[in-house]
Design a protein around this ligand. Structure first.
Ligand SMILES: C[C@H](C(=O)O)C(=O)SCCNC(=O)CCNC(=O)[C@H](O)C(C)(C)COP(=O)(O)OP(=O)(O)OC[C@H]1O[C@@H](n2cnc3c(N)ncnc32)[C@H](O)[C@@H]1OP(=O)(O)O
Length: 557
């Protein structure tokens, strides 16, 4: 790009920056040196390939979505939390919000994630263990008791039974007297990544995609700020994928959901802003930063050029980041605070919109109050002390970072071409579905995990406390243990609630839901009616399982 074009771009950025709202804060270094909100090429310089880098707030968004960067608004501190019953988790949420958390993020227990009630035999020993047990709208009400849902953006990490959980959230908000149309939050819902990595599906892909289409349509029409999908690379990476695989599989899944929306006749400019993303931030600092920057650029280009989006928000890739659980070690666990800080910094320098920092004990158990607080304070140290929020995309123009960004992007593009070639009709969706059925994704991820493990065992890759620097004076940590009493109490509560309902109303609502499932209508209103009647998670999912069957992954050797 020639010097005149670069100067024109800078002037455009400056005009937008001047017009934008900035935080009232001290934008100087620790020593008091003033810093510019943005740095770019020196005046008069010609920079080949500069269009790929561009300016913050402008296509292709490599340097971020906003001309102000974090001077406009800092990222949301959104700590993923949930354990025991709704009451215990509610107390943790209040602690997080009181300590400066910017939004909520619900972790459900395994029975809930699989669409079973706490009294289901399959739930035995799992209730409240890896997250909170939510059986019905009444539990959801308790979960958010005293928390204004209209004023708090809330993310819910659930994909198989995402839609019943969403309906319970809406009903809890309704019972608080909230204006449903104003709710803002995120539902994970990403079923593709369940087949690819996390393995928490209920049905075969087709009925899940039908439900997701219904949800996208419902949100686009009725709850415009709500993000019905958080397309997730986190679990793909944690399963062993490389950074480029994480990026490519996740964005391909995102393209699949765009194709789903288009196939339902929805306007891409209306539904695409409801697609948000969720990435891992692993411990290779620069590789992660490059991945985040490449993600924004690829998404904007594909949405504009492949799918015809024209509005700015439809081109925006907004993402949440969680630091890498797999990078945490059980050995010398206090070192995990350092790993998490480095990973969080990479996410911030990559322009994350929302962030979870892991607690140091998460490789052993769910976090204690103290370790959860340290994790949150880690973000606050970055946010308040380090000056990283002063300048938009401070690493933009670094030869190394730009080269890595290009390299990861090229790798991702090669993977998109491969995925397309797997399907029969040239769509990304057909490629994903074929890849799931044939074990393409799981095979590729397993190969990457194996390669890394070999490097670790040879000592080519090193982890402090694991294969180097293993001597320590560290003592064992106190960890959080979930008492079996939680399960017994939850089952008792559920039995009382089930006995207290109008059984006829519940049965009629479930029958009406199944009737809609047999046709082509949108299932959300019928699901809401069932939830309002206090139909439980297990009852709703079982009714649909009876109708649609369950999915079993093909065996592979
Ligand atoms: C591993 C674990 C497991 O499975 O076990 C998990 O999965 S845990 C998974 C946990 N997942 C999550 O927690 C997902 C979280 N995701 C989200 O919160 C969302 O989807 C998100 C990524 C889009 C972030 O949403 P958010 O509300 O926190 O933040 P946003 O970036 O949307 O910012 C809020 C508002 O401020 C505006 N805003 C932001 N920055 C600026 C700026 N510099 N200038 C002007 N406006 C700005 C945004 O446009 C938006 O307004 P407007 O809306 O008007 O544009």
């Amino acid at each position: 790009m020639n010097a005149d074009e670069i100067a024109a771009g800078r002037a455009r950025w400056q005009a937008r920056y001047d017009a934008a709202r900035k935080r009232d804060a001290d934008f100087t270094t620790l020593s008091g040196m003033p810093v510019e909100p943005l740095y770019g090429p020196p005046e008069g310089a010609e920079v080949p390939g500069f269009a790929r880098i561009g300016w913050p707030g402008e296509y292709p968004y490599t340097r971020g979505l906003y001309p102000t960067g974090y001077r406009g608004r800092r990222w949301t501190i959104r700590q993923f939390a949930g354990f025991g019953n709704a009451e215990q988790t509610n107390a943790r949420y209040k602690m997080i919000l009181a300590a400066g958390g910017g939004g909520l993020s619900v972790a459900f227990d395994m029975p809930t994630l699989m669409g079973h009630d706490s009294d289901d035999p399959k739930a035995l020993g799992e209730v409240g263990h890896c997250g909170v047990a939510i059986d019905s709208a009444a539990d959801m009400e308790t979960l958010f008791d005293g928390i204004d849902l209209q004023a708090t953006t809330t993310s819910m990490t659930i994909s198989g039974p995402a839609v019943p959980a969403f309906c319970m959230y809406l009903v809890a908000a309704e019972r608080q007297g909230a204006d449903i149309t104003k709710l803002d939050g995120t539902l994970q819902t990403d079923i593709f990544k369940e087949y690819i990595a996390q393995k928490e599906w209920l049905f075969a892909p087709e009925p899940h995609l039908r439900l997701i289409g219904d949800l996208m349509e419902y949100c686009a029409r009725h709850i415009p700020r709500y993000k019905p999908l958080s397309v997730s690379g986190y679990h793909i990476r944690e399963a062993g994928a490389t950074a480029a695989q994480e990026l490519a599989y996740t964005l391909a899944d995102g393209f699949g959901y765009v194709e789903l929306g288009l196939s339902r006749g929805l306007d891409v400019n209306v539904f695409a802003p409801g697609l948000s993303f969720f990435f891992d931030s692993h411990v290779d600092f620069f590789e992660e930063i490059a991945k985040f920057r490449a993600a924004r650029r690829i998404w904007a280009r594909w949405l504009r050029e492949e799918y015809g989006a024209t509005s700015e928000k439809a081109l925006w890739l907004r993402f949440h980041t969680q630091t890498a659980g797999v990078s945490l070690t059980a050995q010398q666990p206090v070192n995990n605070v350092v790993r998490t800080a480095v990973e969080a910094l990479a996410a911030v320098l990559g322009g994350t919109n929302s962030l979870h920092t892991n607690a140091l004990d998460e490789t052993l158990a769910l976090p204690t109050d103290e370790s959860a607080e340290i994790a949150l304070r880690t973000q606050q140290v970055l946010m308040e002390e380090t000056g990283v929020t002063n300048v938009a995309d401070p690493l933009g123009g670094s030869w190394y970072v730009e080269a890595l960004t290009d390299k990861i992007e090229a790798e991702a593009e090669a993977i998109f071409a491969k995925i397309r070639s797997l399907g029969s009709d040239g769509t990304i969706t057909a490629g994903i579905l074929r890849g799931i059925e044939d074990g393409y994704f799981t095979g590729q991820i397993a190969d990457s995990a194996f390669t890394y493990q070999q490097a670790l065992e040879k000592g080519d890759k090193r982890i402090v406390g694991v294969n180097c620097h293993t001597t320590t004076v560290a003592k064992d940590l106190e960890i959080l243990r979930i008492s079996h009493e939680v399960e017994l109490a939850q089952k008792k509560l559920l039995a009382a609630r089930k006995a207290d309902r109008q059984r006829d109303t519940v049965d009629a609502a479930l029958a009406a839901l199944v009737e809609v499932a047999r046709g082509t209508g949108n299932m959300i209103p019928a699901m809401l009616d069932a939830v309002r009647a206090e139909a439980s998670m297990g009852e709703i999912c079982d009714a649909l399982r009876a109708e649609w069957g369950v999915y079993r992954e093909p065996a592979r050797f």
